[in-house]
Ligand binder design. Structure first.
Ligand code: GLU
Length: 448
């Protein structure tokens, strides 16, 4: 074992002890540290001043009680989180997730990923993430509003345009951002547009923000395809999920000539051999907030699947857009056996470490989430720019900016991978390129 390798595994073993019971956080850190060994062999000064240990320790971790009253008059108690991970290059920036699986380890993994993703956008945003174990499923609109108000009653003292700027993630969309913004505005006694992103268009929101993560994923994948002499034209594409990321990924992939042959939600997956009726999917999921069975009942030719896995289907391109660890090693092997050549992640860390190993062994070109799904947070940063200048840009201009940002991310990631002797390994390229900008800022700013 080289000196650097021994040093890095010593950091990692200490991190496991200090952060017991947080497997997703361990997984996210292990992948980044693996890439950083390559940087440290070449540029050992990046280990000076406790830089790596500081990078893996959040600047601040907030956990708070969120009490609220349900429609039956019963008191419910949830737990709220905000992990302010790193603000070396800009205010903390990252979404809020409302889902029963949320715990501190999940928020820390998401916050850690966000540092590198936000750095890759080229825009001045630090990394953070938050949320709650609140389950919005089956809750009335009034319950969602009361929960959001209680959550913001505590969170408001920790956020601000120059401090920390939350947005949406799983379980938090335009409706929730509206209730959260309303309560912030009331408590702060000022209309501070830049404190949240993903706002409605009438009150400081940006065009393209709704579409941004999915469109950005399609733009990134298009660059990756072009690099390898391919395009979306005539390709069979699997998109898991049917939330905000999946819907707009499906829309853009089909616009670019691909056929989306399957999507899913947590209840089932749907086979759509002739492509997806995006207008119907939007109506079912965004307007009626129903399960995918409703889509199948109304779209002839689509089939509801309760058995097996969405990754069993033969495809050319797989875009996991549901949630973390939704695609394991065995499923990655099935994808490879069935001829899949490209995987790009719309969700955060949807591929397990074993799946990523399979992509490497089987020659699948792989765009990791922190690069491929950065379009959402990048467009949030564009929303912040519009708020700061009290301006509102056109759809075309904002979409062009998003497109250029995603193309730049791909080029930067590909170039960095090559520079460090791992041409075509976009995991290593993304981790190193994202890291270096943050690390340079941290070194310049001293031991903070
Ligand atoms: N939740 C999204 C992400 O994972 C967007 C965050 C944001 O816009 O701040 O990047």
């Amino acid at each position: 074992m080289s000196n650097i390798e021994a040093q890095v595994s010593d950091y990692y073993n200490k991190l496991l002890l200090r952060n017991a019971g947080e497997p997703e956080f361990h997984q996210a850190v292990a992948e980044v540290l693996d890439s950083l060994k390559i940087v440290l062999e070449k540029d050992p000064h990046y280990a000076d001043y406790g830089l790596i240990q500081r990078l893996c320790e959040p600047e601040r971790q907030l956990m708070f009680r969120v009490p609220w009253v349900d429609d039956q008059g019963e008191v419910q108690v949830n737990r709220g989180f905000r992990v302010q991970f790193n603000s070396a290059i800009g205010p903390y920036k990252g979404g809020l997730r409302f889902h029963p699986s949320v715990n501190l380890g999940i928020i820390k993994f998401l916050g850690f990923e966000q540092i590198f993703k936000n750095s890759l956008t080229g825009l001045p945003i630090g990394g953070g993430k938050g949320g709650s174990d609140f389950d919005p499923k089956g809750r009335s609109d009034a319950e969602i509003m009361r929960f959001c108000q209680s959550f913001m009653t505590e969170l408001h003292r920790h956020i601000g345009e120059y401090r920390d700027v939350p947005a949406g993630d799983i379980g938090v969309g335009g409706r929730e951002i509206g209730y959260l913004f309303g309560q912030y505005r009331r408590l702060a006694n000022q209309h501070e547009s830049g404190v949240l992103t993903g706002k409605g268009l009438a009150w400081g929101g940006s065009l393209v923000r709704t579409e941004a993560t999915g469109y950005g994923l399609a733009y990134f994948t298009k660059e990756m395809l072009t690099e390898h002499g391919e395009s979306f034209e005539g390709k069979k594409v699997i998109v898991s999920g049917s939330g905000n990321v999946a819907i707009y990924a499906i829309e853009k992939v089909q616009e670019l000539g691909g056929t989306v042959i399957a999507f899913s939600d947590s209840s089932a997956w749907v086979e759509t051999p002739n492509g997806v009726d995006v207008a119907k999917l939007k109506e079912v999921k965004e307007v009626r907030r129903e399960r995918v069975a409703a889509y199948v009942n109304e779209v002839p030719g689509s089939k509801l699947r309760l058995e097996g896995s969405i990754w069993d289907l033969a495809c050319d391109i797989a875009l996991p857009c549901a949630t973390q660890n939704e695609l394991n090693g065995a499923q990655a092997t099935t994808l490879a056996d069935n001829g899949c050549k490209f995987v790009a992640e719309g969700a955060n860390m949807p591929s397990t470490a074993e799946a990523i190993e399979v992509y490497r062994e089987r020659g699948i070109h792989f765009g990791p989430g922190k690069a491929a799904n950065a379009g959402g947070v990048a467009t949030s940063a564009l929303e912040m720019q519009q708020n700061a200048s009290r301006d509102a840009w056109s759809f075309e201009y904002t979409d062009q900016r998003l497109h250029d940002i995603m193309a730049n991310i791909f080029r930067n990631v590909a170039k960095t991978a090559k520079e460090y002797g791992h041409e075509g390994d976009y995991v290593i390229g993304a981790n190193i390129a994202g890291f270096k900008k943050v690390a340079d800022a941290m070194l310049a700013q001293g031991v903070i």
